[in-house]
Write a protein that binds this ligand. Sequence first.
Ligand code: PLP
Length: 399
Amino acid sequence: MPDLLYLDTARVGQIAPSAHRALTDYLRLNADQRFPLYFDAFFEDRVEIPESALAEYNGISCWQGLGPLKDKIRRFFSVGDNIDVWFSGRSISLMRLAAEMMFRRCRNIMVPDLTWPSYKELLVRAIPNSSCRITRIKISDRIGNGIAPDELVDLLVQAYAERKCDGLFFPLVSNLGIRLPIRRLVERIRQHDQLRFVVLDIAQAVNHVPIEADKNYFDFAIGGTHKWFRSFLPLGFALSGNPRTCDFVSATVSRWVEKRLIDDPLLRLVHSLEHLDETKFGETVDATPLIACAGALSDANQVSNRVFEKKILQNVREQVDEIFGRCGLSINNSHPDFHSRILTYTSTATRSQKAVRIHHRLEQLGIATSMIGKCLRISIPPFGLSQLQLNHLASAVSD
Ligand SMILES: Cc1ncc(COP(=O)(O)O)c(C=O)c1O
């Protein structure tokens, strides 16, 4: 039987080798050396692991403390220390903070129909308690029918002005793999209209498409390290640093954490370590996702210049489209500039169970994909698919 063909990174990435080594050696170090769950200095910036221990537990050498981890993330995104990095145990905690910030700054937030459902639900539930409105905008059908990115931007700019919006909440890449031209959209809106706060969902974009975090086109970007970054253990993170709003963002995060308006132990642990405030913390927290993240960063840096080579992607995409097209699954006809490494295939109306059946068959043959509603979703690895893997996929689909 061939090796597992893992095409499900959009759900959770397969653990990166360095994250695996970091976690394994961290556990070994704790077990062998009888370190307490987290010894004082370990999560601050003064980790002192003896040379002899480092030689034996080399996987943990990627971990130098919280500050250095944030610096590594900044280097990964090619940004300076004006960019703040926030961590949380769950990315939805950061979304809660994002909602609070949008509601405080904006009166009317534009939200597309491509929004991650639980983030949309969170906004919809919170809106009655605020003085803010949401303007929902339908774009997925237009993208599916082939609209060009420039036309989409024109349409959104016009709707933004007509509906008197003053904030945006958009994914950079949707869970169904649509990559949106948000930077262009923000720059166009700013030419004529007021944009008080922009929140980006980068959960599917990190280590997948360029984020351009140095370009000041968003105020708060929420992602996780467990998908394309491949740290495996769930860890939410956010970036901020737009000079117009960075003070507001850090004041809001501090206030919400200190007043315990947000229930996220990891967010609180990081905050109390950074503010040297042990009195406000009274809970045992699993901080291993931070260590996995430090490990995954080492591998992510090595492949980051390969993560979005359009030509490789287009080539693989055409071959995979052909394979699924042959067995009667309809392929996505969107403009190539919307494409990402996430591909989706749906059954035609008359054969509505086809995609599910193929998904199960692939699973039995060791090919991991996911079903999102009626869509079969495939994530293409950074280095594409070999001919052998394409043949394996083709024979699995056609059986
Ligand atoms: C676009 C998008 N945003 C947000 C999320 C939520 O991410 P998490 O896995 O951190 O809950 C997902 C999850 O798949 C997603 O696809």
